[in-house]
Design a protein around this ligand. Sequence first.
Ligand SMILES: C[S@@+](CC[C@H](N)C(=O)[O-])C[C@H]1O[C@@H](n2cnc3c(N)ncnc32)[C@H](O)[C@@H]1O
Length: 263
Amino acid sequence: MSKIELLHGDCLEKMKDIPDGSVDLIVTSPPYYLNKEYEKTISYENYCLMMEKSFVEWNRVLVGGGYVVVNFGDYFNSGNRFYVADVPSCYPATINYFKWGVEVAGMDLQATRIWRKQFAKMGIPFVCNSHPRPVFDYEHIWSFRKKNGSNKEIVVDRKITQRGVVGETWTSTAGLKTHCAAFPIELPEWAITVYSQDKATILDPFMGSGTTGVACKNLNRNFIGIELDPEYFKIAEKRIDVNEKLVKELKDGKNSMLVNRKG
Ligand SMILES: C[S@@+](CC[C@H](N)C(=O)[O-])C[C@H]1O[C@@H](n2cnc3c(N)ncnc32)[C@H](O)[C@@H]1O
């Protein structure tokens, strides 16, 4: 059975309790700085700083050779907030991600992929609905690898580790309505299958409604999820079906994957 540990609070604070080298894989979708409710109170500079520190922490908690699979989107560049001008100018988030992951945290960028979103209503690409000309209609999925000095991979099943991103069933609308920016479960399920083994420990520091946690349960992986927003946290608890016995055990310090757990 999977071990599940859900932590309510700021990921930079909560990650301090995760021991060095104890996580096999990070699968996450951070805030995109698009003026969602949870992004309104943070300046662009502080947002970048939070992401930069996150990458450093991710590198610390990962095992050598472990991966970060991160899904993110580009944004519009008006004070770097989403805005509804007819002619928006775009800011490619990839510039930031390369800096945070490779230059600051010191990881290798192992692969870049595109999640091409299916056309939304009326055949209009999803981000175009409020603009007269097409803008981006895809998101990024990048895989960073913590260095371990070997440049070698332990591969049990080559067919699985070489699987493409998705099958034909993956659509842009698959994310649940329980979160304003949920990713479809196929995304974490793909990442977990390709980048980790049975019983591995997976972290999602921006868990939202807990999609990565559900994928971990489905695939027999241990899961640590962190979420700041109390409503999304409750939704995640419910979706991942965390029972009271488990919560009590963790409070009593039993079966925890963390150090210094205060209860
Ligand atoms: C893009 S959403 C993730 C959605 C998730 N993948 C899902 O399927 O539901 C990003 C999440 O990060 C959370 N968040 C923002 N800042 C945070 C922080 N400092 N620590 C932890 N969570 C944070 C937001 O509340 C939001 O739920």
